[in-house]
Design a protein around this ligand. Sequence first.
Ligand code: UD1
Ligand code: UDP
Length: 357
Amino acid sequence: MIAIILGTRPEIIKMSPIIRACEALGEDYFTLHTGQHYSYDMDRAFFEDLELPEPRYNLDVGSGTHAEQTGRIMVGIEKILLEEKPKAVLVQGDTNTVLAGALAASKLHIKVGHVEAGLRSFDRRMPEEINRIVADHISNVLFPPTETAKKNLMVEGIPEEKIFVTGNTIADAVEQNLAIARRKNDLLQRLGLTSKGFFLVTAHRAENVDNRQRLEGILQGLKAIRNEFSLPIVFPMHPRTAKMVQAFGLSLDGICVTKPLGYLDFLQLEANARLVLTDSGGLQEESCILGVPCVTLRDNTERPETVEVGANVLAGTEPDVMLKCVEKMLALRRSWENPFGDGKAGERVVREVLRCL
Ligand code: UD1
Ligand code: UDP
């Protein structure tokens, strides 16, 4: 039996193709939700949009400091793993849920598979970098999305026989949901937007939104971009960001802020955006897959493939650099290769886990 551990919005989305593959292959599995994300629009909305079965367990750990959150998740997961005795545990990505899940399982000598292994920003100030390095080094089987990610693992001494390049399950999720999003969805109309007539923005990284200067830089940059191009800026706002905008008393005038959107709504916006500005990992990948140019509001990225194919550029959070990067990306042709695979990563992961067992 396979235990699929997830806890945040991107994990629900990126694990959904693996859950579907388990169902299609008739595999015995269960889902364990840590409850790291818990607001309706960061959690339940995705189970509904993606029509995913209810998790068998939800630890409801909620928010906290890194140690509090990671510790609570480990304690909860250990109890369930001792009862259920799965043969393998799958974790995805780089969140505290992943760190805690991989640690708890490996100490019980349960095989750990890490989906989206091998990503590196080479910036250990990011909590995600610590989480992914630890998870990679204690996993028994690693599923990097690309050859670049595989190379990162091998440079760190992880044996090649543990590594299987699968593509990124986000490509599966886009393929499985884009047509449904287009068919079912009238969000563009509801927001009064036209295709390619707006910029789409997300930002939630701790190093950006918990830092007043960087968050202010992002908001000023967005206003400058709106003035320059006379196009609406749509910003579905992560709760962490909403909290910090309020705490710093910053103005959102001129920016069309919405609550976080469900996956079908969001895909619809992303596919129709003129350009995406973001610090999200998932958005750098998705916009690249969708053929929408991306300006990344960070100084580094663990998704270098997006920059290499010409779909993405690193801007940081200085307003004038953001503006220049938008101008640059809009002047480029929108044809590049999708480096994230053929949309069959989920099935590959499940088949490989079964083979390893
Ligand atoms: C987490 C991950 C990050 C990932 C992101 C995806 C870690 C260290 N960080 O960041 O890598 O990119 O999820 O979105 O694991 N909050 C709510 N409702 C929720 C969840 C959070 O209101 O459902 C608010 C709370 O005020 C909380 C804050 O957001 O304190 C941050 O939540 P947390 O899960 O700690 O980190 P994220 O910023 O969401
Ligand atoms: N997303 C969404 N609604 C939103 C913002 C993002 O459905 O309002 C999706 C997006 O399509 C992508 C994922 O959430 O698949 C990215 O999650 P997030 O940016 O929170 O985390 P990261 O990828 O940076 O870890």
